[in-house]
Design a protein around this ligand. Sequence first.
Ligand code: ADP
Length: 490
Amino acid sequence: MRESTPPQSLPWTAALVRRLGDSPGAALGLALILVALVATVDYATGYELRFAVLYLAPIALATWTGGRSAGILIVVIASLFWLLSFGSAHPYSGDFFFYWEGIAMLAVYLAFVLLLERLRLSLTRADQRFSQVLEELDSAVFVVDEDSRQILYANQSLARLIGADPLTLGAGELDRRLGLGTDDGDGSPGVGGDAIGAGPESGFTSREARNAESGRWYLVRTGLIPWKSNRHVKLQMITDISVQKRAQALKQQHRDMLHQTDRLASLAEIASTLAHEVNQPLMAIAGYNDACLRMLAATSCDRNDVVTALQRCREQALRAGRIISRVREFIRSKRPSPALCDINALVKESLALLETQLEDNAIAVQVSLSPSPLLTHADQTLLVQVIVNLLQNAIDAMDKSVPARRKLSVLTDKPADALIVVSVSDQGAGIPAGVDEQLFTPLFTTKPQGMGLGLSICRSVVEAHGGRIAHRANPEGGCTFHFTLPADAN
Ligand code: ADP
């Protein structure tokens, strides 16, 4: 441990003890004077007051400052003084008693020296262990006397950090060289720092600070600790955390990049979802438009038919608009906006939307709806989209089927109090072998013009409403897609 000389402000007794500790010769001299003083006072009082016990003071002083040998030396001198003067002044009834007291006193003094020496060694070793730990720390550690602003202790790491011997500097100069500001918040120019913790329980405060010159980041921990002579002094630990800071910055960068990628993916999802969902009403609009043109080009044309076709055209255009806003909202918030609705009504609405396509493809539709309304809290537009997607897939699957097998059935049911089931069955080609696992994966398609988004959107919507979607092969060919929804409790 590297410590500086005591500051001037120490009380004189403490300063004297420390100075004697630094100079064992002077301590031994003082011990001899004290021995002579005790002997003189003892002799002068005629040994009535038995001052011999006071020899323990010079013995302690010599042992503490000079070690065991110095202690034993003072013991021997003190015992001689006692033997010579006390022996002549107070003869015992027998020599045995005189020597017995002498030997007993000598033994007590020696035991005192040995105990004191052991205590001194233990303290020195504990001190050495503590210093060794501090010296081996990567953190720079130093102790400042707040009154005199003197550096009382500094480890090697601090010397390496500032490139000078800290003990030759004052606390102000040390703060300036460290360039980390101070704990009072009067940070020097160019220093950035954040207080990251203060705890009266631990008595230490922590802050992060950057050295403007080197650009390195440090964790500065400061607290008061008891020092010699029971004073409280300021201990500061400075740890280089530049590597952790860089790692943190990289992590943040990585997170930002992921976030960016996520946003791009969401944008792509919005774009492709819109393209997929809007495609169907646009195709219908084009179909009605063609029909209108054909009717107008014909020699005789029924005005009512044209009006009907144009009305349907308008409905499809409005539907496309609703889809755009609902899909955008859904993808942005990822949450549907539910309202109480009847699933049977939604099935009818979906079938009506595909009426022309079903007719054009000569598909026979069998609808089996539960007799009572199937109420649930759901986003109607999204659920209609789910049913339309399933119907559209069924129509596509029966594209190449013979007329007798162009049969589509829609069923709604409430198999349990809290459960609604909707299923769409077809007698089409069935699910191609080996693709069951991928059906609900976005962008998976087996159709030349397909986008592979319909089923993945269906699953997102159904699951967002607390339901499940699945499929199974029909024994008579084709397949059934079915989804569940929680029924309204009331
Ligand atoms: P897309 O219809 O654009 O291909 P989907 O996600 O709706 O996207 O469907 C993914 C794939 O699932 C389809 O390409 C098809 O192979 C298969 N599929 C979906 N529904 C059916 C069905 N009713 N019968 C047979 N295959 C189907």
